[in-house]
Design a protein around this ligand. Structure first.
Ligand code: ADP
Ligand code: SR1
Ligand code: MG
Length: 419
């Protein structure tokens, strides 16, 4: 009997046995006694190993039944690996240029074998902290988001297929409930998990909890997150879920995927770019004041939305006679009506993205899981200054989002706070 007939957490040693017993991995790596294995997981939830053989390298990711960054006191279903593997395959089929290939999935072991994104790929968040520019980032992210969101929405699929897929991804309820708690609830109440740069931001955190207008807005966003099965979203599309080089952009880690509002993905990415922007003053030094770099971040921010908008509309027009059942072409064959439908759809999506983006910013400053952009600023007073600017901007954006007409308006508002 194999030693892998039931779930067990692997380590560097037992992984060798697992690979030898697993044809899809051993045929890739070769059955060699010369495997080098290193655990590199710097994310919040899982264990990630790089396996190097004389022939090739692969990444193996295993989910254990708890949240890694908290510990066994916060249990979490290891079935999340199933939803991650399923989404990597679905999004990979829709956008192969920007999603790593899955080589192997073992549901019982909650284990995924996938393409190793070799150096110089690094996590985008780390690149943004280092002040590195990526000329194709906006183009690639717009391509990824437009294709994955459009093709999994009712603009492209039938209601029959959509309902089947929604039902399947309802199974990822535990991960959705984690987001409901840590993004939409805990920052707005006293919670044992919340933290912030203290004592500097004590009053700011309290002000979030006491801001009734803000709480009204976040309640609407939470409802939309729970109720709106608009597309198969990644569910955790922050800058730590993107690996980059000068000419490659790869989206990893969709374990929070489900049928939810498109704006949650777009907002996660845009909101994390704004966090990166406001953190730059904390990384400035005598050699580099980061002013030029801040302008580059804002350029990428604007281009990402504008390119997304253009690509999404192009896909929609190209597929208007396709299987999508949201707007049947013979009902909406008047060009003016068609134009109005698209304008309204994109306006609502823009405002949803700004709302979710601001919620994602707020949770990273006064909630449980913080971001390296700010955490790597050693001087607490300097860090708090950067965080306060980001927090105040996010609060304003959540409340006023419907007044913004274009992404350039948002860029101007950021520039008014700080350039
Ligand atoms: P978690 O689910 O715990 O957030 P991630 O999927 O974000 O885990 O992966 C954690 C880290 O492992 C990433 O920050 C990255 O450094 C590394 N990593 C993950 N997937 C790959 C990959 N396919 N190729 C190279 N490195 C990877
Ligand atoms: C305990 S919250 C951990 C966070 O890390 C993941 O990347 C998700 O963003 C989640 O909210
Ligand atoms: Mg991650």
């Amino acid at each position: 009997m194999s030693t892998f007939d039931e779930f067990r957490p692997l380590d560097e040693k037992s992984l060798v046995e697992y690979i030898k017993a697993t044809p899809s991995l051993s045929s890739l790596l070769g059955v060699s006694d010369d495997l080098q294995i290193k655990e590199v997981g710097d994310g919040n939830l899982n264990f990630v190993y790089i396996i190097v053989s004389p022939y090739t390298s692969v990444v193996i990711k295993q989910a254990l039944p708890y949240i890694r960054c908290i510990g066994e006191s916060w249990p979490m279903t290891k079935e999340r690996a199933y939803f991650e593997a399923t989404t990597l395959k679905k999004h990979g089929s829709l956008c192969p240029a920007h999603v790593p290939e899955v080589y192997h999935f073992d549901r019982m072991m909650s284990l995924i074998g996938m393409r190793y994104l070799e150096p110089p790929h690094i996590i985008l968040r780390k690149g943004l902290i280092a002040g590195a520019e990526y000329p194709l980032l906006a183009e690639h992210m717009a391509e990824y988001m437009s294709r994955t969101l459009f093709y999994t929405s009712l603009l492209y699929t039938t209601t029959t297929e959509h309902k089947r897929a929604v039902a399947e991804f309802c199974g990822n309820v535990e991960l959705c409930r984690l987001t409901e708690q840590v993004v939409f609830s805990d920052p707005y109440r006293v919670s044992e998990y919340n933290r912030w740069t203290s004592p500097h931001l004590d009053h700011d955190a309290e002000a979030v909890r006491e801001d009734n207008v803000l709480k009204l807005e976040v309640a609407q966003l939470k409802s939309m997150f729970c109720e709106r099965a608009q597309a198969l979203i990644h569910g955790d599309l922050h800058t730590g879920s993107v690996m980059v080089t000068q000419d490659s952009t790869q989206v990893i880690d969709p374990e929070f995927a489900f049928y939810g509002p498109m704006g949650f993905d777009i907002g996660a990415f845009l909101g994390n770019l704004i966090l990166a922007f406001f953190a730059q003053d904390g990384h400035a030094n005598q050699e580099n004041d980061r002013k030029t770099y801040k302008k580059w971040i804002l350029k990428i921010f604007g281009e990402t939305w504008n390119l997304f908008h253009k690509k999404f509309i192009t896909l929609w027009n190209e597929n208007k006679d396709g299987p999508g059942e949201a707007y049947l072409p013979h009902i909406y064959n008047n060009p003016d009506v068609w134009q109005l439908i698209q304008t309204n759809y994109m306006r609502d999506l823009f405002h949803d993205s700004l709302g979710f983006g601001s919620a994602k910013m707020i949770r990273r400053i006064v909630g449980v899981a913080h971001v390296e952009d700010f955490e790597s600023i050693a001087d607490a007073a300097k860090r708090a200054d950067c965080e306060r600017k980001a927090l105040n901007f996010a609060k304003m954006l959540m409340k006023e989002r419907r007044k913004f007409v274009s992404i350039e308006d948002v860029v101007s508002a950021i520039e008014q706070v700080d350039l």
